[in-house]
Design a protein around this ligand. Sequence first.
Ligand code: ADP
Ligand code: MG
Length: 543
Amino acid sequence: TLEKETFSFQTEVGQLLEIVAGSLYSNREVFLRELVSNASDACDKLRYAALTDASLTPSQSFEISLDINSKAKTLSISDNGIGMNHADLLETLGTIAKSGTSAFIEAIKADEKDQVGLIGQFGVGFYSAFMVAAQVDVLTRKAGETEAWLWQSDGKGAFTIAPAERDTNGTTVTLHLKKDAKEFADQARIRHIIKTYSEHVSFPIKLGDDTLNAAEALWTRPAKEITKTQYTEFYRHASHAYDAPWHVIHNKVEGTLNHTSLLFVPSVQPFDLFEPERKSHVKLYVNRVYITDTTTDLMPAYLRFLRGVVDSQDLSLNVSREMLQTDPQLAKIKTSISKKVLSELKKKATKAPDEYATFWGNFGAVLKEGLVEDAALRDRILDVCRFASSGADGLTSLSEYVSRMKTGQEAIFYIAGEDAAKLAKSPHLEGFKAKGVEVLLLSDHVDEFWLQHITEHDGKPLKSITRGAADLDQVETDEQKEKEDKADEADLSALIAAIKVELGEEVKDVRPSKRLTDSPVCLIADDGDMDVNLERLLKRHGQ
Ligand code: ADP
Ligand code: MG
């Protein structure tokens, strides 16, 4: 039989623990929320596993129980969920850092002020135990297996795993509280924390014989009975967030495909929003049984900023996570939810444009990916897109732009580049400004890509002003006309010839232009050629 083994934390995990244990003193009661949420996840996982493996069907109903030893100053959190075996312990508690750990460590070093917020977003999860504990013991037994294990650590570089005894499946996490964290061995304090953070965990959380929480699935209750505070608490619990949601979308669809969704738009941008491996954060339930929170088949990638849950009775409970991909019912739910979210965004954009501008600043670049990804909903997405413009304070929609177009103006003009401030000062804009013609200033990476798909709006073509034929001759202003009449064009031919000789092969052509008023020259692409900025982008990506 096995003896006690000692392992080192992976470097990143070690660094993470140092940050967690050393520098955080405000708000540290959230460790309890994290451990309760792991216990709840473990029950969800076993309930799901039992769907396909009858031998795993639990003997008692799921619950989470807390135990306080006020003499020994310990607090423990037990569940009768899935449990962990030796391999699980090694993989999840210490030797393999979660993806994004290094990015998180960088972020937290850069922003000392908002460490707790960052920790929430990243989900240090289990490791938050070390905020309050000098030593953590994890006694666990995996459902369907007979061996139990004891994982122990003081969070300082190493942990041990040893064979142990446990009567039933599940996990008990015992915290040996630090000297300055004895308050967490106080019943009243613990009750209060559970009420604050874990009221809507859907399994009972017990202290002795008392159940401390409502233990119901909040989303199943009618929206009009739920208070704003309850929504916020649920959001924080379900998504490990610290902010208040920017918007809540709670929607019940009845009919051919019943489903309920309770979705939250965060008010701050998660630091990993643009990490390639960032997954969906919306949890899928079938008739209150948790199925998964990693499927890409429930929420489109361009709505990946959403948090919350989707629950449907009309999906098969026996559906495996792998089969979700080909489930036509799920595809329908996905479309229905996407439409609902877009229509809610549209309402916000119309009724509260200032609030919408905040949302747009956080998630606009993500939403615009939908213009490329989701051809079926492209028009609806475009409808809620907002853009900076040379002619308007704040943001504008394409339709608003069109309504302000000058007589004789035939195209929606835009300039795309990396830096919004630079774009606003671009010499390309001068002629347009002089004529009072608005130009959209597009500075997100994704802009170049949707512009390949959307070439017109409301019958008006979208035109880059860094291309040859962005022609302003049709647009009349009186002042401009006078100036033009006086311009001495004959003198330019000698100058142009001289410039051509000087630049040779570097340029395709040199032309006089009316688009400039203050700057002497600018670079443009020919109509059939690639836009200057797109060319630069593709070069950077090695193409
Ligand atoms: P997350 O919950 O976001 O996955 P955590 O750091 O909270 O991250 O937990 C890491 C992993 O440890 C979990 O994904 C799970 O596999 C395992 N784990 C933690 N607590 C428990 C528990 N009570 N029962 C079973 N597994 C657990
Ligand atoms: Mg967790």
